[in-house]
Design a binder for this molecule. Structure first.
Ligand code: M6P
Ligand code: ZN
Length: 187
């Protein structure tokens, strides 16, 4: 057996580096469907970065039996009174699960089942979150610094964004008196 001294991927200084690393950012202009306050959204600079994702795809998307690893960095901020958050998704293959582990900052993991019941788990450095299959997931930054967390999911899970962009989550996470509150989503 040969001795491998350099891993294919490193996570140094809060950055994933190596082969097969994919980096994307999501700006205000890419997130037209998700925030409830359309006026506040339209008034914001279109190029404001809401979150970034660095992902390690060691196998092809759709491969059965493989795993993906990613780190999401959500910037602090709100659109109106709603915290900056990810698009959120169900997995295309609904029964696929996922782990989230918080690295830095504070936030909330919003979870919703297929009947539209939504609940949330607090995220803080060291918190580990198991997301079972059939559950939509979205994360929001409720703090003043970047919220970063690592994620581990099956390489054939896929992302179903359409269901969320059409119906949203049944609850929204808003800032009231400086604190996160989960409210019913009227739409
Ligand atoms: C985590 C994982 C990724 C996901 C990312 C951002 O890193 O769940 O699969 O892409 O968060 O979330 P979204 O795709 O909902 O914007
Ligand atoms: Zn997922």
């Amino acid at each position: 057996m040969s001795l491998i001294l350099e891993p294919a991927v490193t996570f140094i200084n809060e950055q994933l580096e190596g082969k097969s690393i994919d980096k994307i950012d999501r700006k205000i202009k890419d997130l037209t469907d998700i925030f409830y306050d359309k006026q506040a959204h339209a008034a914001m600079p279109a190029d404001t970065i809401v979150y970034e994702v660095e992902s390690y795809f060691p196998v092809k998307q759709g491969t059965e039996g493989g795993l993906f690893y990613g780190i999401t960095y959500i910037h602090p901020g709100t659109v109106g009174d709603e915290y900056f958050m990810t698009k959120g998704h169900f997995h295309k293959i609904r029964n696929r699960a996922e782990f989230y582990c918080t690295l830095q900052g504070e936030g909330m993991l919003l979870l919703m089942d297929e009947e539209g019941k939504t609940w949330a788990e607090k995220m803080y450095p060291g918190s580990v979150h198991y997301i079972p299959g059939h559950i939509a997931h979205r994360t929001a930054n409720t703090g003043d610094i970047i919220l970063s967390f690592s994620a581990f999911w099956p390489s054939d899970a896929g992302h179903d964004y359409a269901t969320i962009s059409e119906h949203g989550f049944s609850k929204i996470l808003v800032k009231q008196n400086g604190k996160p509150v989960l409210m019913d989503n009227d739409k």
